[in-house]
Design a binder for this molecule. Sequence first.
Ligand SMILES: *[C@@H]1O[C@H](CO)[C@@H](O)[C@H](O)[C@H]1NC(C)=O
Ligand SMILES: *[C@@H]1O[C@H](CO)[C@@H](O)[C@H](O)[C@H]1NC(C)=O
Ligand SMILES: *[C@@H]1O[C@H](CO)[C@@H](O)[C@H](O)[C@H]1NC(C)=O
Ligand SMILES: *[C@@H]1O[C@H](CO)[C@@H](O)[C@H](O)[C@H]1NC(C)=O
Length: 350
Amino acid sequence: MMTFHITKFLLSFFILISITCLSFSLSSESSYEDVFELFQMWKKEHGREYGNKEEMENRFEIFKSNLRYINEMNAKRNSPLQHRLGLNKFGDMSPEEFSKTYLSEIQMRSNWDDRKLKDDDDDCDNLPASIDWRKKGAVTEVRDQGNCQSHWAFSVIGAIEGLNKIVSGNLINLSAQELVDCDPASNGCAGGYYFNAFGWVIENGGIDTEANYPYIAKNGTCKENANKVVSIDNLLVLDGSEEALLCRTSKQPVSVSLDATGLQFYTGGVYGGENCTKNSRYTTLVALIVGYGSVDGEDYWIVKNSWGKDWGEKGYLFIKRNVSEEWPYGVCGINAAVGYPIKTVLASAM
Ligand SMILES: *[C@@H]1O[C@H](CO)[C@@H](O)[C@H](O)[C@H]1NC(C)=O
Ligand SMILES: *[C@@H]1O[C@H](CO)[C@@H](O)[C@H](O)[C@H]1NC(C)=O
Ligand SMILES: *[C@@H]1O[C@H](CO)[C@@H](O)[C@H](O)[C@H]1NC(C)=O
Ligand SMILES: *[C@@H]1O[C@H](CO)[C@@H](O)[C@H](O)[C@H]1NC(C)=O
């Protein structure tokens, strides 16, 4: 047993080294055998098996092309802080396939859009230089949406989980599946709109726990007998001001959307919006800002995603903030449509 574990450990270590080394040596003519060997190790690491030889060959072609792309993009890095790409679990998916499976344009279209915050009751002076709600115990573990575009539901429960912890002191895993199944304004695993989903929780009088209403990564039937364990009183919306977003993030985790086109192979570092259109509100992924900070003069948001812990930095993305006017809606549109829940107890306490 022990030997097995050590072997397994050494193997993963070897894979890591190989992937790193091969990544750097590929451009200088790695042999077909080297790359094929790397592909075999990658398959093993990710438990990937293909139906037939043709499928395998097809995937190998995509893998090679992705490897080339990852090397090219990494070669353009000019600071150690800058984001890195790597052969993660999406290594055998073409960018087109990835985009079809994980991304779709976030349509802003609901009566909840108009719930703008009157920021007269917000105290935004003397904000802390950094905040990380994970360290305050207000963030649950990173989930994996699987083959279901439920990121909008995970963002919404994440914001409610955070608020609930701040207000009541309890961190409770809430049910994204309930939103997937029950919010009639959204399209379940075909994507949904986060403002509507907050609205559904308000009108429903609460949402159930993940333990009672577990995630199944596919469309399900709305359970009539679900519990209303955590409720919210209202949804407020910010529309583009980074100052307001910073201020609100200092008070609670907030739901945002961003264009994630360039993030398939993101493995860490501060993402500067390469592959996003500047001056655009176009977004493709809903996520949760759980904090902000700075490193060596580079200001960033800490963003919780729902693509599993084996994507990004243990499931998280660091993306630049406090950028130039070229990004009027923030990097990749992250300031464009910000929503957060409130409980009146919180509003009156603050
Ligand atoms: C939430 O669920 C995770 C498993 O996904 C579990 O490890 C964790 O303990 C749960 N957290 C709470 C606060 O119940
Ligand atoms: C899930 O349900 C939505 C409608 O609510 C539909 O558009 C979508 O195609 C369904 N997805 C799957 C995988 O069945
Ligand atoms: C990202 O932008 C680079 C050019 O900087 C381009 O070569 C690449 O194809 C783009 N990647 C995606 C996934 O669109
Ligand atoms: C934004 O960056 C400038 C320097 O470029 C810095 O002085 C300022 O404090 C930053 N603002 C925030 C809110 O981090």
